[in-house]
Design a protein. Structure first.
Length: 409
């Protein structure tokens, strides 16, 4: 399947509402690279909006797939003068409660032996994704997108998980795949795309990816006990400042942060999950990103009930929320261990905070070591209260200055 066009292609993908267009526009400007939105070409070929194209895939997948190939050729023709390109495209669609794998996936598989291809699977907090989808419907931008279907929180998580499974399939065919959260910094987005295009950092060094493992749950519990907003708690801010300093001092580093997704937010009075997400009960995230995030998001509000899901049968149903919490917990494990797998090394920051071991941090450390990834643990002397016994193979450091020297920043 010989194809002209760019030799190096990075595909950025995600479910509807992830707003990958903003990322596409930003990296295009920042890196000076050609960009294209694949679905624009699909809509032109079908002369129909993409949500209707998804319905046509339901009833005539093979016939519709042939038009996807034409759309792809049209796109390559417009990119023919570029050696590199970043393409925005969905790997799966969600229509009438069906997740439909895009024929674009087969096109990528057939191209894998001819071109350098990488795929970024973008994820974001489910509440901000749903807010964007609902807002677009309410504003009349996609008035028919929710016709004949419900897009509820659990359905979105299922759709997002399918996206991730598709990227794993692609990885078996020599396509580099990365999961990445939208709430990372703008610099992080640009560095990641540059790395996947095969470029070097401004210092001439190869880009490297590091996952920052740190306590989360017990910091949240401590903030709640002290009555301090989580986004203002000193320990949460200290962790985020560590990440910020590391990224600023090391221009060749791509930092993977687990808290750029924060969905396991407890509700009041012992409820499984919060239905009103405020900035104060979410882990702090960088302000220098690409997207903007409104707060609060009231998932039981009339906006969602009118546009994308019945509030009484979902968000206000205790049984549904118990089930949904379990779905969120499973997605956390999958995503964070995915970050560990795609990182070059791990930095465990204050892994013995509060004089305790933290289950999530311990799991990530052991997973990294089992796959022969270096683990640097930054532990202030005051927190060395837990003895390092057998099978502790991380490299202990007293502070960030030691880490920066080792990383040659």
């Amino acid at each position: 399947m010989a194809q002209e066009g760019p030799e190096s292609i990075v595909v950025i993908s995600g479910t509807s509402g992830t707003d990958i267009s903003r990322v596409l526009d930003y990296v295009g400007r920042e890196l000076g690279v050609a960009t294209a939105k694949f679905e624009d070409y699909v809509e032109a070929v079908f002369r129909a909006p993409i949500y209707h194209v998804a319905e046509l895939l339901l009833v005539g997948y093979r016939q519709a797939s042939e038009r996807f190939m034409k759309a792809f050729r049209d796109m390559l023709a417009e990119l023919s003068g570029s050696e590199e390109a970043v393409i925005g495209a969905h790997l799966a669609y969600y229509r009438r409660s069906n997740v439909i794998i895009s024929p674009f996936v087969n096109i990528l598989l057939r191209l894998a032996d001819e071109k350098k291809i990488a795929v970024i699977d973008y994820v974001d907090d489910y509440y901000h994704i749903l807010y964007r989808v609902a807002a677009r419907v309410a504003e009349g931008k996609t008035p028919e997108v929710t016709g004949f279907q419900v897009l509820d929180p659990a359905g979105l998580i299922y759709w997002r998980s399918t996206h991730h499974s598709v990227t794993q399939l692609l990885s078996l065919h020599g396509i580099e795949t990365v999961i990445y959260a939208s709430k990372h910094t703008a610099a992080g987005h640009a560095r990641l795309v540059a790395k996947l295009l095969g470029r070097k950092a401004e210092t001439g060094r190869d880009y490297e990816a590091v996952y920052i493992s740190h306590p989360i749950t017990k910091v949240r519990e401590k903030a709640a006990k002290e009555g301090v907003p989580l986004n203002e708690h000193p320990d949460a801010l200290d962790i985020e400042n560590f990440k910020k300093l590391l990224e600023e001092k090391c221009s060749h580093l791509i930092v993977y942060s687990p808290t750029t997704i924060d969905e396991l937010i407890p509700g009041p009075r012992g409820e499984p999950l919060a239905t009103v997400i405020e900035r104060k009960n979410r882990w702090p995230h960088p302000e220098n990103g690409i997207h903007r995030y409104p707060y609060p998001v009231d998932l039981a509000s009339e906006l969602f009930d009118r546009t994308i899901y019945p509030v009484e049968k979902t968000i206000r149903n205790p049984g549904y929320m118990e089930f949904f919490r379990a779905e969120i917990e499973a997605s956390i494990e999958r995503r964070d261990l995915g970050y560990v797998a795609q990182a070059d090394y791990i930095v465990a920051y204050r892994p013995t905070m509060y004089g305790q071991q933290h289950m999530g941090v311990e799991t990530e450390i052991k997973t990294a070591i089992a796959t022969a990834k270096p683990v640097y643990s930054v532990v202030p002397p005051s927190e060395r209260t837990i003895p390092y016994t057998l099978f502790r193979f991380e490299y202990p450091l007293a502070g960030i200055d030691e880490l920066l020297r080792i990383l040659h920043c």
